[in-house]
Design a protein around this ligand. Structure first.
Ligand code: SAH
Length: 396
């Protein structure tokens, strides 16, 4: 049988030699051995030099993703090794204690493109984004069960990018017991309920863990406006750290219902918070017109940019809310301004934040740069894995 391999065009091997794990369709000269969706293929240069071994995605613009830059077979032992390595790292970070939650496997950043695994206490939630990841689903689950003790593994492969790979959306129990309707987790001593079936992503924004923690040191006796609150991640952190009043704002009633339950679970008195179901863009204007002010404002909007063409429009959106945020701050107040769009460069986001402060006539100072938590690492050879950026800005 002819070996399944992808031969690259002349000169198109550079990014691979720099260990970037994606092969775009434009770099492919020809494909040999008739590989099928998700099959393991060898990648070679025009001259036939070995470059890596990866998975084939015939329907995607990313024709292949590298599993390994070494000449090794992709099998149970390979996944065992990679998953073990990823979990050892989370253990070293101190994130594997009972009842806690973290990202166990972060796709390319853990050298397993397309594979995301989150742990919520006793349950694992898996999300498979590429054809290669999808065909190894059973192996990945077997390895996880051998390496991590868990009651069950639930699948949340219901993301749009799967259609680009020619894959259907899929959710449901894969192994072990059905998770409860809500899983309670402990994050730095705070209690959160997670809905792994219906929640965003796999249920919770684990990447904001350290930033929720950072917020705790500045909120005592302050009024806090938590925009795009989801299930109250930042809101619970602020209220528990002694904020005088927390206002959670989200467009999703279901997210706010869970925010309410999270507040109650942490014994936060009803008098010290409110949940407002509204469009943040409109509500910020309303508060401006009412001359309502806050000491601390968190802006953590959803991903505004799905493709490069959306950058300008998204930039205007980011600037709009940041400017309104600055205007609503009391003197000496603090704005936490985030972008989780991978396609928004950090220097541009800083410039947008600066322009917003200028328009709001605020003298802003960055007192802390914020990023994704370390269980969502940035692979140096894959800068795309850096996506969450934020600034804690003091406004005078
Ligand atoms: N800060 C949260 C995560 C925010 S995710 C945490 O730490 O858990 C983004 C949230 O923005 C989602 O809950 C979504 O429902 C909400 N959202 C999206 N567009 C919105 C809008 N225009 N107005 C208000 N909320 C919006």
């Amino acid at each position: 049988m002819k070996i399944k391999r992808i031969v690259l065009k002349d000169g198109r091997d550079k990014s691979l030699r720099r260990r970037h794990p994606w092969i775009f369709s434009g770099a492919v000269k020809n494909i040999e051995g008739k590989p099928e969706l998700g099959d393991t293929v060898e990648i070679v240069s025009r001259k036939g030099e070995f470059l890596g071994v990866g998975s084939y995605s015939p329907k995607s613009q990313i024709t292949a993703r590298i599993w390994s830059f070494e000449q090794e077979s992709i099998d149970n032992a390979f996944f065992q090794k990679r998953i073990k390595q990823a979990i050892q790292f989370r253990t070293a970070l101190g994130l594997m204690n009972d009842g806690e939650a973290c990202r166990l496997v972060a796709s390319e950043a853990d050298s397993l493109p397309g594979v995301i695994v989150d742990r919520y206490g006793n349950y694992l939630v898996i999300q498979l984004l590429s054809a290669g990841a999808d065909v190894w689903k059973q192996t990945i689950c077997d390895c996880l069960q051998e390496i991590v003790s868990c009651a069950g593994i639930y699948e949340r492969s219901d993301v749009d990018v799967r259609s680009k790979e020619g894959l259907e959306k899929r959710t449901g129990l894969i192994a072990g017991d059905e998770p409860p309707e809500l899983i309670e987790i402990n994050e730095n001593g705070l209690r959160y309920l997670i809905d792994v079936r219906e929640g965003h992503k796999t249920g919770f924004y684990l990447d904001q863990r350290d930033n929720r923690y950072a917020l705790r040191s500045i909120v005592a006796d302050k009024t806090v406006l938590n925009c795009f609150s989801y299930t109250g991640g930042f809101g619970v952190a602020a209220a528990k750290a002694g904020a005088a009043m927390v206002t959670n704002v989200d467009a999703s009633g279901a997210a706010l219902e869970l925010a309410q339950r999270n507040m109650q679970l942490n014994d936060i008195p009803e008098s010290s918070y409110e949940n407002v179901e509204a469009d943040v863009f409109k509500l910020l204007r309303k508060y401006r017109d009412m001359n309502r002010k806050f000491d601390i404002i968190v802006l953590d909007p959803p991903k505004f940019i799905e493709s490069k063409g959306q950058l300008n429009r998204a930039s205007r959106g980011y600037k709009d809310i940041a400017m309104l945020g600055f205007k609503l701050l009391n003197p000496g107040g603090m704005l936490l301004n985030f972008s989780c769009s991978g396609l928004m460069p950090v220097d541009l986001f800083q410039k947008i934040t600066a322009d917003a402060a200028l328009d709001a006539r605020v003298n802003g100072k960055i007192i802390k740069r914020l990023s994704q938590a370390p269980d969502h690492p940035t692979l140096l050879s894959f800068p795309e894995s850096y996506y969450l950026k934020g600034f804690m800005v003091k406004a005078d």
